[in-house]
Design a protein around this ligand. Structure first.
Ligand code: CMP
Length: 138
């Protein structure tokens, strides 16, 4: 079983889409094994997205991520990392496949409703950034 890290982002939380998004994960065989709602501090958001520092979208991304609460979660399942990315669709909603979370709900390439880890290394880092071992119910 593989684990991945997921964020339901501010634009989706603000528009009451938490249930719609969770349903897509659960229907596709991903299990929520840890979950919490938090309002990210600037430091937490900057640390999480440190790899993007210096890119032109970085500052607006940080402002957006701290603009409202998010749901951070750990999802478990076979091939969870790839499966989560498939369910989310491409980063840019105009390029996301039909029926994906981003195609159906995202407002823009920045306000794209969900985040998912892109590799086993990112998943391990991102899970550990938000959750301690005892908070994950495997
Ligand atoms: P995410 O998967 O969380 O990873 C980095 C985030 O930066 C991405 O989703 C988008 O929210 C944002 N992002 C990536 N590329 C761009 C872009 N070209 N313009 C604006 N925001 C972007």
């Amino acid at each position: 079983m593989e684990r991945t890290f997921s964020i339901i982002k501010p634009d989706a939380v603000k528009r009451n889409l938490i249930g719609e998004i969770l349903q897509r994960f659960e229907r596709n065989g991903l299990r929520v094994v840890a979950s919490k709602m938090i309002r990210l501090s600037r430091e937490q958001a900057e640390g999480f997205y440190a790899e993007h520092k210096g890119r032109d979208f970085y500052e607006p991304l940080i402002e957006y991520m701290i603009s409202a609460p998010v749901i951070v979660q750990v999802l478990e399942g076979e091939g969870a990392i790839a499966k989560n990315r498939e369910i989310m669709g491409a980063t840019d909603p105009s390029k996301a496949a039909e029926g994906t979370i981003r195609a159906d709900f995202a407002l823009s390439v920045r306000e794209n409703s969900a985040h998912g880890s892109d590799s086993p290394e990112s998943a391990a880092r991102e899970i550990a950034y938000f959750f301690s071992t005892i908070e994950i119910c495997g």
